[in-house]
Design a protein around this ligand. Structure first.
Ligand code: 5AD
Ligand code: SF4
Length: 469
């Protein structure tokens, strides 16, 4: 699924960096979950590099194995447990190797992790990565370390992430951390703590530096980017909003594309939509998770909007940004969901005509509001069938929407070779759709190219250069 690079559910990718790391200690890091976690792994890599560690992609030669974990659904945690069994084997042949668990599962399970998993030496939550060198030093002396302190201030603003495994064209910039929404199904407020925004100056500086190094697209990341706000401490200077930040990054250079994720429908403002309209280099794509199309379910989910309100938001986006693609997250089988609620979700997908969606079965998470208040009462067979119906419908709509693009010409940012053939490039249009097209002379990754669409599947557009060679 090439379209899935923006936010969720990437699985176990290994970050790699300087492979000629003679004389240094070596760390191996695997990341799971959302893009924020991948972004955090780059911060971790930077902190470790400062204390003389270098990245390796070879598990066997690692002095330190790190796994950056996700707790969003039970399955995500099961995957991590399975990987720990593999690390156990590595550790049995290399007894000196340290194993550290980072991220959301570390935060959720805390000290308990050390009791449940004997091989683990370090448990470090998302706000405690600066403490890693100390904790590692302690673990080398034989004392296992836990730091799961959640901060109200930490944004890692001064740390320049090590862009490991990068294509050199697109990068992610974390603009805020944590989440203050209390969606009843979600574990994130518990694992990532309170919402806080990073100062805009360090964000713009990071984007400027990326542009100078040849990057041509940045994605501004946060659990809820539209509630970004920053004010210089202890002053009454004006508050910097997300719309202000978008404009500031867009001003860096017209050749730098800006994306952002994720938007909460309750927070995205007309100001943001107008700013998107004003700058051609702000991509016309909004990830606007609906979660459910039923007002009663939305209320139990504590989403703070209802079906008519969300529909209005979609209409407003269509009005101000007619070219904008919209995508979604959808949960099938939330507590108390009736067949008619499910039908409401299907009709919402039809109405919104999402370009794509991330679709999940509800998975109860310990400690969440839903786990405390509502029974997880939709039978598994119904959850599965409803999810399948949602996926089938979304695939049909993605295909129909992509077919409408045939004959149109888009500006595509070249990201690299297509997966299938080195004779083809892949890249995205502003709407975040993956486009594959034959290479032409003189063009390389990081260049823009006008591509006319000639064919489409539900996941990919195919095209040819709009300028005959
Ligand atoms: N069960 C299933 N899906 C969930 N999500 C969040 N929590 C759960 C859960 N308990 C989904 C939501 C969210 C996305 C990141 O994951 O759709 O937007
Ligand atoms: Fe990201 Fe949420 Fe998973 Fe944490 S639990 S890694 S915030 S998706």
């Amino acid at each position: 699924m090439e379209q899935q690079t923006i936010l969720h559910d990437r699985q176990g990718e290994v970050l790699t960096g300087d492979l000629s790391a003679k004389g240094h200690k070596k760390f191996y890091i695997e990341s799971y979950g959302c893009q924020m976690n991948f972004s955090d792994s780059e911060i971790v890599a930077s902190i470790l590099q400062e204390s003389d560690y270098r990245a390796t992609r070879n598990l066997e030669e690692a002095d330190l194995i790190l796994i950056n974990t996700c707790s969003i659904r039970e399955k995500a945690e099961e995957t991590v447990r399975k990987r720990l069994r593999v690390f156990e084997k590595t550790k049995s042949t290399n007894p000196g190797t340290l194993v550290g668990v980072l991220g959301c599962m570390a935060e959720r399970l805390k000290q308990k992790f050390l009791e449940e998993e004997r091989l683990v030496d370090l448990v470090v939550g998302p706000d405690a990565y600066r403490d890693l060198p100390m904790l590692i030093a302690g673990a080398e002396e034989g004392s296992k370390g836990v730091n799961v302190f959640l901060s109200r201030e930490e944004t890692y603003a001064d740390i320049s992430p090590v862009r490991l495994d990068s294509n050199g064209v697109t990068a992610f910039i974390s603009i805020m951390r944590g989440c203050d929404n209390m969606c009843s199904f979600c574990v994130v407020p518990f694992t990532r703590g309170r919402e806080r925004s990073r100062d805009p100056f360090s964000i713009v500086a990071e984007a400027r530096d990326l542009f100078a190094r040849g990057y041509r697209e940045v994605t501004l990341l946060g659990q809820n980017v539209d509630s970004y706000k920053w004010q210089r401490p202890d002053t009454d200077e004006a508050v910097h909003t997300f719309a202000d930040l978008l404009a500031a990054v867009a001003e860096i250079d017209p050749l730098l594309r800006i994306r952002f994720s994720t938007s909460h429908p309750k927070d995205i403002t007309d100001d943001v939509l107008h700013t998107m309209a004003n700058y051609p280099n702000i991509c016309k794509y909004i990830h606007l998770p609906v979660q459910s199309g039923s007002s009663t379910v939305l209320q139990r989910m504590n989403r703070t909007y209802d079906r008519p309100w969300y529909r209005e938001k979609i209409m407003r986006i269509r009005e101000l940004l007619p070219e904008c693609a919209i995508s979604s997250d959808i949960i099938a089988g939330f507590c108390g969901e009736l067949e008619e609620d499910h039908q409401d979700t299907l009709s919402m997908i039809e109405f919104a005509r999402y370009s794509m969606s991330y679709m999940f079965m509800y998975s109860e998470r310990p400690g969440t509001l839903a786990a405390k208040k509502y029974a997880d009462d939709v039978p598994d067979v119904d959850k599965k069938r409803r999810l399948q119906e949602i996926i089938t419908l979304q695939n049909r709509i993605s295909l129909e929407e992509n077919q409408k693009d045939i004959g149109k010409t888009y500006e595509v940012l070249i990201e690299g070779d297509s997966k299938r053939s080195a004779d083809y490039f892949k890249g995205r249009n502003s709407q975040n759709k993956m486009v594959v097209f034959p290479k032409i002379k003189g063009k390389s990754p990081g260049d823009y190219m006008h591509v006319t669409i000639t064919a489409a599947t539900s996941a990919t557009l195919k095209g040819i250069s709009a300028i005959p060679s």
